[in-house]
Design a protein around this ligand. Structure first.
Ligand code: FAD
Length: 451
């Protein structure tokens, strides 16, 4: 450990938080080192956003082909191969350098794959080490019968019957994928609905669509015990208000939470505090040690790739003297890529009311949108929640085809502090799904044209 190069900034972890922070730091002229122990791109590129969306695309193509007769297209002998879908979803990635940990506040030790340590010095450091799947008491993944998203992305062969524990974004995305391939899927969700963090109307519409897709949903339920049986599992479920029941399945996918990667970083030694498994930060993402920042999943604020990247940019721009403002997490969009897709930003009706607002909403169903009819994708709606007093847009919730693309418009509206009045006055192209956004804005004033 003789050489100790000195940097303005050391970034630990090259996921969407870390690599964006490092690129932005270089753009702004900071001498920057980035240390990655496994795969560049982190969970997002290798075991998260991108491979899961590639699998979802396969499921969408298959679902559409199965509906071909609706479009007057017939075929004999449909065959499909989930192995090809898995192949398509995997990436070749660059593997490099080492595992980082703090020797002290501004010295970082990097240990390479052969166990050789080297050291670097940095004026500031960004911890962007991400998160991993978290076991639940009594549900310990073994990678074979009890699996996590890591194995679910590579399942081959497919199980006949799959229990998914957790009806959040990850659980519902995998439910959609596997149900499209004919797997009997049961989702067990502790709360009273799927996607419990979203607007209640969204959950209701999604549950109706999932039931049509043959997915069984058990809400207000939890796994009481799991036992091996006939090469698969017997899962005992306890549901609020009803007798416990037993489900036999071939595999169980645990999709109920993440844990921050806070271990082996030497955090205690330098005085970086953690809380409930994530690193404690202030509004500028600075930890309890000045000059050490934490962004992305390991900071536990939003657990989304675009939030990690935005946090990285915020930290680096401030370090480079560009000022800026702390992130307003209300303006971070949330997207779920099952079909129908779900997207939202800001406050739901219930959250806005709980925050003390008197609200006015506008809702427009895709059934009344020409492009949705042409696509044969009429499930869903767009809802806009406004402050009845000032007229400001407080939140937008969407469920339906391609809404993960439409939500950007709502994000911009909130960023510009615009009102639905301006949204409805913006002429949208016809025929597009985006016209439903304009119509939902008009519906706030009871003036949607196609309702
Ligand atoms: P990560 O992407 O986890 O990257 C952290 C990196 O740090 C890793 O490469 C790791 O190897 C490295 N590292 C850890 N410790 C050290 C160390 N000591 N030294 C050196 N390197 C280290 N989010 C979305 O926004 N949209 C989606 O559609 C979406 N889909 C998802 C689907 C699945 C199945 C999963 C699991 C997640 C999904 N996410 C999605 C979440 C998203 O992947 C994460 O929010 C995002 O990857 C977090 O980025 P990050 O940079 O904080 O951490």
């Amino acid at each position: 450990m003789t050489d100790s190069p000195t940097y303005d900034l050391a970034v630990i972890g090259a996921g969407p938080g870390g690599y964006v922070a490092a690129i932005r730091a270089r753009q702004l002229g900071l001498k920057t080192a980035i240390i990655e122990k496994a795969e560049v791109g982190g969970v997002c590129l290798n075991r998260g956003c991108i491979p899961s969306k590639a699998l979802i695309r396969n499921a969408e193509v298959l679902a559409l082909v199965k509906r071909a007769e609706e479009f007057g297209i017939r075929y004999d002998n449909l065959r499909y191969d989930f192995g090809v879908a898995v192949e398509r979803a995997q990436h070749a990635v660059q593997r490099l350098t080492g595992t980082a940990s703090f020797a002290d506040k501004d010295r970082i030790v990097v240990t390479d794959a052969a166990g050789h340590p080297s050291e670097l010095t940095a004026r500031a450091a960004v911890i962007a080490t991400g998160s991993r799947n978290k076991p639940l008491p009594g549900i310990i993944p073994d990678g074979r019968l009890i699996i996590t998203s890591d194995e679910a992305l590579k399942l081959n062969p497919l199980p006949r019957r799959l229990v998914i524990v957790g009806g959040g974004a990850t659980g519902v995305e995998f439910a959609y994928i596997f149900a499209a391939y004919g797997v009997q899927v049961t989702i067990i969700e502790l709360m009273d609905r799927l996607l419990p963090g979203e607007d209640a109307d969204i959950s209701k519409t999604l549950q109706t669509a999932f039931k049509k897709q043959g997915i069984t949903i058990q809400t207000k339920s939890k796994v009481a015990s799991i036992k091996p049986a006939d090469g698969g599992l017997t899962v005992q479920i306890e549901s609020a208000g009803s007798a416990s029941q037993t489900i036999n399945c071939d595999q169980l996918l645990l999709a109920a939470g993440r844990a921050g990667n806070i271990e082996h970083l030497g955090l205690e030694a330098v005085g970086v505090k953690t809380e409930r498994g994530y690193i404690t930060t202030n509004e500028w993402l600075e930890t309890t040690v000045p000059g050490i920042y934490a962004i992305g999943d390991v900071a536990g604020k939003a657990l989304l790739a675009h939030s990690a990247s935005a946090e990285g940019m915020t930290v680096v721009e401030r370090l480079a003297g560009k000022g800026g403002t702390p992130i307003n997490y209300r303006r971070i969009p949330r997207c779920v890529y099952c079909q129908p897709q779900v997207a939202s930003v800001g406050l739901s009706e219930a959250d806005a009311q709980a925050a003390g607002f008197t609200i006015k909403t506008g809702k427009f169903p895709f059934q009344a949108n020409g492009k949705a009819l042409a696509l044969g994708e009429t499930d869903g709606f767009i809802k806009i929640v406004t402050d009845a007093k000032g007229g400001a847009c407080l939140g937008v919730q969407m469920i339906g085809a391609e809404v993960t693309e439409l939500i950007g418009e709502a994000v911009l509206l909130q960023m510009m502090e615009g009102t639905p009045q301006e949204l409805r006055a913006s002429v949208h192209p016809h025929p597009t799904l985006s016209e439903a956004v304009m119509e939902a804005a008009a519906a706030v004033y009871g003036e949607a044209i196609h309702l």
